[in-house]
Design a protein around this ligand. Structure first.
Ligand code: GZL
Length: 326
């Protein structure tokens, strides 16, 4: 409202410049009341080790940069994230950042932020909005590439073999960019060889319990499982519990590929219970704060910033574990 009044009075009236002094310079009013940047961050939830590490990175980086952080845990629900973004708009924060729990349904609230003159940064996950003016940039991984890396390891692992390879897949949260894209990238690589068959594919919601329960069902309903592809470590770790309870050896009777490379996943990898992990770094905090400062200063930023990440074998996990930050 304040923005609209000052815009209406922008014809050089003293009042306008006074009002404009209340932070109506295109950004928020920085509700901290001083020149400190105020960032509103709407997080997905706390569903996995990756998410915990991501939240820690954001909170620690904001503190280190002297940015006032208003943090909301969406508890895995889009309506909670939308509510949080609307609250940030009402509080007139300077910048809004969020990790969208699902790809779709964001245009209305992003338009409200744009109309309020508050820039938005996407982190970790993308949205499928056609209007890219609704956000300044997207900082995060290429999930299709992550799926491809998982598929490429499998192709190499079974090179020269002709027997059928039955794969079960634990998908992430339905509608989430990493779930959609990791599936797409993996299938794109394995479709080249008909011996690879995904015989079952269901969600474990990126959660350890979800991975365990879904794997239990798959073990009962699918004969001869050769490989498990889990969209994150947590679901893979839950599946390991189910596989061991069924009297099978994870990493041997059933080969396991996961994504993330959080400490628990890397430990299982070093023990040979997981065969390969594709890294997805949660440590986005420092880059996010750098972007927040630039965007708040109306500096140009790249529309897409890709995070650096690698892959791990059991041997590489043993080497990396002692210095692992998450
Ligand atoms: C990926 C991130 C995913 C992780 C999961 O960037 O969105 O969500 O892979 C997390 O562990 O739950």
């Amino acid at each position: 409202m304040l923005k609209k009044i000052s815009a209406a009075l922008a014809g050089g009236l003293l009042l306008a410049s006074t009002l404009a002094g209340c932070g109506d310079d295109g950004g928020g009013s920085g509700s901290s009341g001083d020149d400190k940047i105020t960032l509103g961050f709407a997080q997905v939830g706390a569903e996995s080790g990756w998410r915990t590490a991501n939240t820690k990175s954001i909170q620690e980086s904001a503190a280190a940069e002297g940015i006032e952080l208003k943090f909301n845990d969406g508890q895995g629900k889009q309506e909670n994230q939308i509510k949080a973004i609307r609250s940030f708009i009402t509080q007139r924060v300077d910048v809004i950042a969020f990790s969208p729990v699902v790809e779709s349904g964001w245009d209305p609230v992003l338009k409200e932020a744009k109309d309020a003159g508050i820039p938005v940064i996407l982190t970790d996950r993308a949205v499928d909005s056609k209007d890219t003016s609704l956000y300044k940039t997207f900082l995060g991984s290429d999930f299709v590439e992550e799926g491809k890396k998982a598929g490429e390891w499998l192709v190499k692992e079974y090179e020269g073999k002709s027997d059928p390879v039955n794969i079960v897949e634990l998908q992430g949260t339905p509608g989430a960019a990493p779930a959609i894209d990791r599936k797409e990238g993996f299938e794109e690589v394995i479709k080249a060889d008909p011996k690879f068959k995904i015989v079952a594919s269901q969600t474990g919601k990126f959660e350890r319990t979800g991975g365990k329960q879904t794997m239990e069902t798959m073990l009962q309903s699918v004969k001869d499982i050769d490989v498990l592809y889990a969209h994150n470590d947590d679901m893979g770790l839950g599946a390991i519990e189910a596989i061991e309870a069924a009297g099978k050896k994870p990493g041997q009777d059933i080969k396991i590929i996961t994504v993330d490379a959080v400490k628990d996943g890397m430990t299982a990898l070093s023990e040979g219970k997981i065969n390969y992990i594709v890294e997805c770094s949660p440590l986005l905090g420092p880059q996010l704060m750098d972007l927040v400062k630039k965007v708040n200063n109306k500096e140009e930023v790249p529309t897409r910033i890709l995070t650096e990440e690698t892959t791990f074998t059991p041997e590489q996990a043993k080497e990396a574990l002692p210095n692992r930050k998450y």
